[in-house]
Write a protein that binds this ligand. Structure first.
Ligand code: PMP
Length: 347
């Protein structure tokens, strides 16, 4: 498969912004301040805040590549994976295909960029409706298919066999968004990259304790990364984010300890929800649980008056709410507030 053939015409001839790093003694070429790091930020004092960040995020890509046993050229860091979704659609254009309900930004960015978005409802178990997806692939010939697995907001992973049938049938790129993979207990889909030329994977640090950094990664074949890099805005990942992300990835075994606690707590929260009258939780492989609760909007408000904020998902999932797994204490407060809100609602 030739990536070039899939690109929008205007992207084929596009050269990426050039930000050369020229070694020098006095650097006065880029309108930076000569005054650097305040001492109160000493722990991060190696970061030169007066200069632009490494435009290529080399250390971050190197450390990520080592963690995932890939080459640095297979990784493109973004200002969150949101930015990478935007870059993918800017690079390849539409139609963009995705199942629903899913992460809303695939549709929002496609629409914002004037590209056609095609959605196919998930089946009743929230798995991919593979016949519906394959029919949409044949009819619309999407340039991009987005599959969030585990899926937000349903929490389940899609069956690998169904994902593979869509991968095999697609002439465009299939993006497997693994924002929640660290909670799934599975190994994820990075191993597909070698054998499946139209697969690319997204990961993010946002769900594993570093949402404030805004660091996501697009992971795939080097010519795809090179193509998407053409539309990347210069210095898209800040130096502080790069520096903290490097430390986070270097110490990923520490990060994993928190993930293990969240997974354990997810199971406790799931049982608590299951034991709650009027509530049906769905099994989750992510760091949140979707639960069916009848009049979701009223329960949402009932929780909020008790100081607990969960996610109301609107008309797409009218009778469901989504709750993020918190600390044991937070989950206890949530469950007590939920039971109270439901009791009040029934009176
Ligand atoms: N993909 C999915 C499936 C998500 O749920 C989210 C965030 N809610 C994102 C991507 C965006 O993540 P980031 O913070 O890296 O932009």
């Amino acid at each position: 498969m030739k990536i070039e053939r899939l690109l929008r015409k205007n992207i084929r001839r596009l050269k990426p912004y050039s930000a050369k790093e020229v070694p020098c003694r006095v650097k006065l070429d880029a309108n930076e301040s000569p005054y650097g790091f305040p001492s109160f930020l000493a722990p991060l004092s190696d970061v030169r805040t007066n200069q632009y960040p490494d435009p290529e995020a080399r250390e971050l890509r190197r450390v990520a590549a080592r963690l995932w046993r890939l080459r640095a050229g297979q990784i493109l860091p973004g200002n969150g994976s949101d930015e990478l979704i935007s870059y993918l659609i800017t690079t390849f254009g539409g139609p963009v295909l995705f199942p629903v309900p899913t992460f809303s930004m695939y549709g929002i960015i496609a629409q914002a960029l004037g590209e056609d978005a095609v959605s196919v409802p998930l089946d009743s178990a929230f798995d991919l409706d593979v016949d519906g997806m394959l029919a949409a692939v044949r009819k619309h010939r999407p340039k991009l298919v987005f599959l969030s697995s585990p899926n937000n907001p349903t929490g389940n992973s899609f069956s690998t066999e169904r994902i593979m049938r869509i991968v095999d049938a697609s002439r465009g790129i299939v993006v497997i968004d693994e924002a929640y993979q660290p909670f799934s207990g599975g190994r994820g889909m990075l191993h597909l990259l070698g054998d499946h030329e139209n697969v690319t994977v997204m990961r993010t640090l946002s769900k594993v304790g570093f949402a404030a950094l805004r660091v996501g990664m697009l992971i795939g074949r080097e010519d795809l990364i090179e193509a998407v890099n053409r539309v990347r805005l210069p210095f898209n990942v800040s130096a502080l984010s790069q520096a903290v992300a490097v430390e986070a990835l270097k110490n990923f075994s520490e990060v994993k300890k928190a993930l293990k606690m969240i997974r354990k707590e997810r199971e406790r929260l799931y049982s608590g929800l299951k034991r709650t009258d009027g509530v049906t939780p769905y099994p989750s492989k992510a760091n949140f649980i979707l639960f069916r609760v009848g009049d979701a909007e009223a329960v949402y408000r009932g929780l909020l008056t008790r100081g607990v904020l969960v996610r109301y998902l609107g008309p797409a999932l009218r009778d469901c709410l989504r709750v993020t797994v918190g600390t044991p204490e937070e989950n206890g407060i949530f469950l007590a507030a939920l039971r109270e809100a439901l009791r009040r609602g029934r009176q």
